[in-house]
Design a protein around this ligand. Structure first.
Ligand code: 5AD
Ligand code: SF4
Length: 441
């Protein structure tokens, strides 16, 4: 029987939270914790939370409610809330949920172990500071997680763009870029652990401007070119980008950097210039389309993904139609879309709101269009050859799942020994959210 204490982690929201959860697991494993999949067995429960939309935040409270009985049965159980809800509502969480022992924000989670000790001494502990020290230098490098062939690496955090609907500048704070050296070291360590695909993460990843060894600011494109030289690394991706930071060197890299994959998530939010202005996006629909055209000139097969918000305050039928027109013009391979959700403290929260039933109708129409585009693009992949990085076993015996260069999930009959390899696969069928293929010898 293992004597290790058990840590149950549940992660909500974006990929950066997935990355942060991994770091917290590493930190806590130094304190003798190992991960469990069952909350019932846990000595500590950690919820890493998302505050981007109201529903995401509410989920945290309902999840916490479910742990009440468990905590009554096991008074020594520690419950920690991390992430953006922790940052935005730290005191409120403590007040609403007495079972919570620790609250830790996204910029101070390297102190989780200290907080556990504080909570043991004083009952409860809260840390939602934006410390001046760099949390990344405090994170443990000694503990290595078991990993698949694909990993996330945070290169930049926070946002100074202040879109009128968004909480990120408040929960994650101002834009900060990690140094090139730190990133190269982390990438090398991931490669040593068998990783061959790295997705660079940042709320505004293409605003990256970390210092290089000469003390000069490096662009994301420069960082990508540095990573491109790493032996053992086969694929590079990055997310999420802002249209205004799609610089010429980054556009060019899509055409010339061999390891950079032909997939780009480039949110536009709306196709109406009036709404884009009210959103404080500081670009027009035409400027966005121009960036897309340049990207496609550099890399014709680039698969584009986006984010859309319907029912932003004051959005008219004509504004919504402009969004549909933009989608038709761009032709997305896949996309995320949301009803506008009021976030207290953001400028748009104070404005005239669109009625809920209109938001619902618009979302329905928009998603139908996006889904038609996605289906058409997936259908066009049938009988084509793609390169698949096999990541894990599939649902059926003898089947593996991997990702094509375009980030499509692809199911293939293949031996588990191929996990971690990139292989040529001929696509045989398009399903609703994945493709089937056969291995080419
Ligand atoms: N309401 C709805 N969607 C939002 N997003 C951000 N804030 C809100 C909000 N208040 C969406 C944007 C962003 C994505 C991560 O979440 O589309 O790009
Ligand atoms: Fe939020 Fe992205 Fe706008 Fe920054 S650029 S405020 S993260 S939507």
């Amino acid at each position: 029987m293992s004597k290790a204490k058990k840590l149950f982690v549940k992660t909500y929201g974006c990929q950066m939270n997935v990355y942060d959860s991994e770091r917290m697991v590493e930190t806590m494993s130094e304190q003798g914790y190992e991960v469990t999949d069952a909350a019932d067995n846990a000595d500590m429960i950690l919820l890493n939370t998302c505050h981007i939309r109201e529903k995401a935040a509410e989920k945290v409270y309902s999840e916490l409610g479910r742990f009440k009985q468990l905590k009554d049965e096991k008074p020594n159980l520690k419950v920690a809330v991390a992430g953006c809800v922790a940052q935005a509502e730290g005191q409120e969480i403590m007040r609403r949920q007495p079972l919570v022992d620790m609250v830790v924000g996204p910029q101070s989670y390297h102190r989780l172990a200290e907080l556990e000790q504080q909570a043991a001494q004083h009952g409860r502990a809260l840390d939602i500071d934006f410390p001046v020290e760099d949390k990344f230098t405090h994170l443990t490098k000694r503990v290595k997680l078991k990993r698949g062939p694909s990993a996330f690496l945070t290169v930049q955090e926070g946002c100074d763009k202040f879109c009128a609907f968004c909480v990120v500048p408040y929960t994650r704070g101002a834009e900060v870029s990690r140094s090139v050296q730190q990133i190269m070291d982390e990438a090398s360590s991931l490669i040593d652990q068998g990783v061959c695909e790295i997705t660079l993460l940042g709320q505004n990843v293409n605003g990256y401007h970390g210092v290089d060894e000469k003390g000069k600011a490096a662009s994301l494109a420069e960082l990508i070119w540095r990573l491109n030289d790493l032996k053992g690394l086969e694929r590079i991706r990055f997310t999420t980008s802002h249209p205004n930071d799609m610089t010429p060197d980054l556009i060019d890299a899509h055409g010339s950097c061999q390891k950079l994959m032909p997939y780009l998530h480039l949110p536009v939010q709306s196709g109406s210039n009036r709404i884009l202005k009210r959103m404080n996006r500081s670009h027009t629909a035409e400027q966005y389309i121009e960036v897309i055209e340049k990207l496609r000139a550099a890399r014709p097969d680039l698969l584009l993904s986006g984010d859309f918000i319907v029912g932003f305050p004051e959005e008219s039928d004509a504004d919504f139609q402009a969004t549909l027109d933009l989608i038709t013009e761009v032709n997305y391979g896949q996309a995320y879309s949301f009803k506008y959700s009021t976030r207290p403290g953001t400028p748009a929260a104070e404005r005239d709101q669109v009625e809920e039933h209109i938001k619902t109708e618009r979302l329905h129409v928009l998603q139908a269009l996006l889904s038609e585009q996605q289906k058409r693009l997936q259908a066009s992949m049938v009988s084509k050859t793609v390169q698949v990085l096999f990541e894990k076993s599939g649902r059926f015996d003898g089947q593996l799942v991997g990702k094509s260069q375009y980030l499509h999930a692809v199911h293939v009959e293949a031996d588990t020994s191929l996990i971690g390899s990139v292989c040529d696969v001929r696509i045989t069928q398009s399903n609703s959210h994945s493709l089937n293929g056969e291995l080419l010898k």
